[in-house]
Design a protein around this ligand. Sequence first.
Ligand code: IPM
Ligand code: MG
Length: 359
Amino acid sequence: MTMRIAVLSGDGIGREIMPQAIGVLREVETIFGHHFELLEGLVGGAAIDAVEEPLPKDTLDLAKQSDAVLLGAVGGPKWENLPYHQRPERALLGLREHLGLFANLRPARMYSALVDASTLKPEVVDGIDILVVRELTGGIYFGKPKGIEPTPTGQRGFNTEVYTTEEIVRIAEVAFEAARKRRRLVTSVDKANVLESSELWRRVVTEVHERYPDVELRHMYVDNCAMQLVRNPKQFDVIVTTNMFGDILSDEAAMLTGSIGMLPSASLGSSVGMYEPIHGSAPDIAGQNIANPVGMIASVAMMLTYSFDLRKEADAIEQAIERTLTRGYRTQDIAGPGTRVVGTREMGEAICRELRADA
Ligand code: IPM
Ligand code: MG
């Protein structure tokens, strides 16, 4: 079986962490006897510089014709002053929309070697294992009407938070199905005390829950959830929420684990899945070989699981990451006393070595 993977490194640290992910993938090829066909494409600022648009048709076609997409990160100060629809971030939103990737899975799991890297007390974060299921193609990110228009005294900017029954049903199903493979608890996060779209969200999630009596459902307002995540994060198993709330809460959940650089994600919904770390292009540290490649490498593991059903291979990667951390290897974002601080490349190589050692 040949697996076609679109490789979109993008901008900033995306270009440094992607080679590490590819290195790990090549290692998996050798050890397990697979063949991955890697097809590179331009995306984000790199695409703007080359062909003056963030998501060229060639790249979108490449993504559509692949089995999976690996994405690094997009954006940077160089492109910040471009009109909104030409910005690098549009590429990401365009890929999500055109590939129909409505379900974004963002697992925040504490590696035991890293309990001291978190800004929270070890007893609060030790053992956390949260899956944020973020709706990814609806809500205020895509709702219409939207725009900026003149008023007699200035301008008004507006967006629309909107969810349909169908959109809520399908993301709720993803969350309940995921919970069945975990601790069978779903917390649905909304703002139903204020927003009509959230009122519908809560009602529909409750209806879908009737088909999953073996899973417990709790509802929580988003402000309370933001607080509970730092107060007692172990109360959460699966969190299902809207596009915007999920964007915010997943950054918060990531930071509990020590660094936003650690978190992978999978975006699912059609025959092509997209996999990327949840962090951005980090222009402030780009080009210095100090970025953490773990989120990117763990995204490869998610790709092997969700797009190719190669669970043994995905497990091997996750365990290699775990052992590398246990041996004391750290990038600077997760460094602590008595650890060995290495660069992006060295971290990637250390994980490859662990993979080989286990083979
Ligand atoms: C993320 C990012 C993106 C988002 C940006 C870069 C458009 O923050 O994937 O979480 O808001 O979805
Ligand atoms: Mg975000």
